[in-house]
Design a protein around this ligand. Structure first.
Ligand code: GCW
Length: 663
């Protein structure tokens, strides 16, 4: 607690920041002389913020003079730096001589770029980079980098495990909690430039005048940090709050209502980003209710925000109760024919995989398949299917795996990252003091932002940055070692070898592969694993649902054959015998058991590694992590034992020699 931190400061000049994780990765030393020599050319709220952040961060650090200036500044222009390629968000940081003085110059074409550069300079120093001879430059590959908050207006966060919503709708718009500023700082520090405030399962109320005023207050706070506000829109809002009889997108009165509503929002939030829409999905209203297409619905909304420069992010996460087709195929089946039919300010938002944020999913077949439509990828940062807040699972490798996957859409090298115009992440943020429910969950927020900015960074490099900033450069090796295999461990003890959606129903916490009695067939785990006496797995080849045919031909060919399908995805695409020989020489059954055990073993290893760090981490963060790791190990065993007991009841096999009997 605070007492210890203060004592540490008095005794050893150690950082006085709280030990509860509130500071996230922006843990700057609090002690030391104030820095001088930070100069700003030009004036704007954004530049003021950049300078203030540097002042705050560099206290006590030895640095040379720092100059924040836009590239158009005459002094900077005279240096003829390569700024053209920086676009409107990139930055360049260099040790230069400016007007006869040696300075560290942070420059960009825009104030926002200078802000990103200032955070990059801090990151450089926090991760042990040298203060002199600096030469850093970076420009984001993907323009739209947004968080999706699944926050309800009553404060409950859907699939949120870090407490209530950060947005205090009750006291907004009058009270602007200083925490909103820290939220904006954290996001700007990793390059996130948009936030959707409310749940995609939206209430129409969020579009009424009082809520527009509340959203406007947040937008005012976020604006100088380069963060635009977006809202999830409920498609039937014209009926619920507009008094219309229909929400038919082709009805002129409906279009006029949305236009007037958009005008009203833009009066309050001139730089409003636009709408995010979940339509005709899991009971949400949408254009299909009126026998119109998703394009009809999206384009009508797009026309309403277009005069103001807004966009519509239209989700492709659809699957219908009445549709007997493989759930994994439905988004493609519905959206692929609409390619070329969307207005140019519509972006279709596609989940990373074709089912639903599983510990591992092959990339969604829509990536690369809609060349005439901008797509954005949606990841879940919150761990709905990966153990909620308690299990330690660093998602960098999951993000990287999908972003780097080759769709082959335009030949080799057509990675998912190159097929998308935007990246969305379902936030793991709530009102917990540590924001994300655990220290290590903060890494997933961080990694999302860093990898959305630059998908080529690699999850290892991002983990190293985070560990150095969150703990200290000395802890990087052991902490990164824990992190890097942690998501694979979750795959191992929950859904090895391509299994999916075998979690307990509804809350999705803990095992439930036996569940078979839900009214919607595609909600039942048995629908996904299809285990029987002979074998296990979902046949998605031509002899089954033929979902593989939705991929580009070279990928489809590879996935059509169990022999060329990566083993990690085997049961996603194939129903194979329990006795099938695997690369290891084990049978599929023995291999499954091996994976469950490996998952448990990894968690046990993380516990040992963490124990060894006890003296090097403050008590509060160490203790909470240690407790959560103990929970995780217990639950990894629960997953293994429950899953194996069920598989054995289906296949009638005994455990391979040496494997422990389920408890
Ligand atoms: O992952 C599932 C969740 C739902 C969620 C839905 C979606 C917001 O279980 O809680 O609803 O996906 O992405 O729309």
């Amino acid at each position: 607690g605070l007492g210890l931190a203060m004592l540490a400061t008095i005794l050893g000049g150690a950082p006085a920041h709280a030990e509860d994780g509130y500071d996230l990765w922006m843990r700057y030393p609090a002690a030391g002389p104030a820095v001088t020599g930070i100069e700003t050319r030009g004036k704007s709220p954004t530049l003021r913020i950049a300078a203030a952040e540097l002042r705050r961060g560099l206290t006590g650090m030895h640095t040379s003079a720092i100059m924040l200036a836009k590239a158009a500044d005459p002094g900077v222009a005279a240096l003829r730096l390569p700024v053209a390629s920086l676009g409107d968000e990139g930055y360049l940081i260099r040790s230069v001589t400016l007007r006869g003085r040696a300075v560290t110059l942070v420059t960009a074409n825009t104030d926002r770029g200078v802000l990103y550069g200032s955070f990059a300079l801090l990151r450089h120093l926090q991760t042990g980079g040298r203060p002199d001879r600096i030469d850093l430059t970076s420009t984001p590959l993907v323009k739209l980098r947004v968080l999706n908050h699944w926050d309800n207006l009553d404060g409950v966060v859907e699939r949120g495990y870090a407490g209530q919503s950060l947005w205090d709708w009750w006291t907004l718009p009058d009270f602007r909690d200083p925490r909103y500023v820290d939220y904006a700082r954290a996001n700007a520090s990793i390059g996130i430039n948009g936030t959707v405030l409310n749940n995609v399962n939206a209430k129409a109320d969020s579009l009424t005048a009082p809520y527009i005023a509340k959203a406007a207050a947040l937008a005012d706070v976020f604006r100088p940090y380069g963060i635009k506000v977006y809202l999830s829109a409920r498609f039937s809002a014209p009926i619920e709050i507009g008094g219309l009889k229909t929400a038919d997108p082709l009805d002129p009165a409906v279009a006029a209502w949305w236009k007037a509503k958009s005008d009203e929002i833009y009066r309050a939030i001139p730089d409003f980003g636009g709408f995010l829409v979940k339509a005709n999905s899991e009971g949400q209203p949408g254009p299909r209710d009126y026998h119109r297409s998703h394009a009809d619905g999206a384009n009508m909304l797009a026309a309403a925000v277009r005069p103001h420069g807004g966009i519509v992010m239209w989700r492709a996460f659809v699957y219908a109760e009445t549709d007997p087709e493989d759930r994994a195929k439905q988004a493609y089946t519905e959206f692929k024919p609409l390619d070329g039919k969307f207005a140019d300010n519509v972006i279709v938002q596609v989940k990373n995989g074709a089912i639903d944020f599983q510990p591992r999913e092959p990339f969604h077949p829509l990536f690369g398949a809609m060349p005439k439509t901008p797509l954005m990828i949606e990841f879940q940062i919150t761990k709905e299917y990966l153990g909620f807040a308690t299990h330690l699972a660093y998602l960098g490798p999951l993000f990287a795996e999908t972003l780097e996957a080759d769709t082959m859409a335009k030949g080799p090298g057509s990675t998912v990252a190159r097929q998308v115009a935007g990246i969305a992440g379902v936030a793991n943020i709530g009102r917990d003091r540590d924001w994300a429910g655990s220290t290590f969950n903060q890494a997933n927020w961080f990694a999302f932002g860093r990898m959305a900015w630059d998908p080529t960074l690699g999850s290892d490099a991002v983990a190293r940055e985070w560990a150095a900033m969150t703990f200290s450069p000395a802890l990087v090796e052991p902490v990164v070692k824990m992190m890097m295999g942690s998501r694979e461990a979750v795959v191992d003890y929950m859904t090895p070898l391509g299994l999916a959606h075998v979690m307990a129903t509804g809350h999705h916490y803990g095992p439930g592969p036996w569940v078979a009695d839900l009214k919607r067939p595609e909600w039942n785990p048995v629908y996904y694993h299809k285990a029987d006496k002979a074998g296990i797995g979902f046949d998605r080849t031509a002899s089954g649902s033929n979902a593989v045919a939705q991929y580009a031909p070279p990928v489809a060919r590879m996935l059509a054959d169990p022999a060329t399908t990566p083993e990690r995805d085997l049961l996603w695409f194939h129903h194979v015998p329990w006795t099938r020989p695997m690369a290891s020489g084990r049978t599929l059954w023995a291999e499954l058991v091996h994976h469950y055990d490996a998952g448990i073993g990894y968690v046990a290893g993380m516990r040992r590694d963490w124990d060894a760090l006890r003296s090097q981490v403050d008590d509060e963060r160490w203790q909470k992590t240690a407790t959560y790791l103990a929970v995780q190990e217990r639950e990894a065993r629960w997953w293994r034992d429950a899953s194996l007991a069920y598989w054995m009841s289906v296949n009638g096999l005994t455990l391979p020699a040496g494997a422990a009997a389920p408890a």
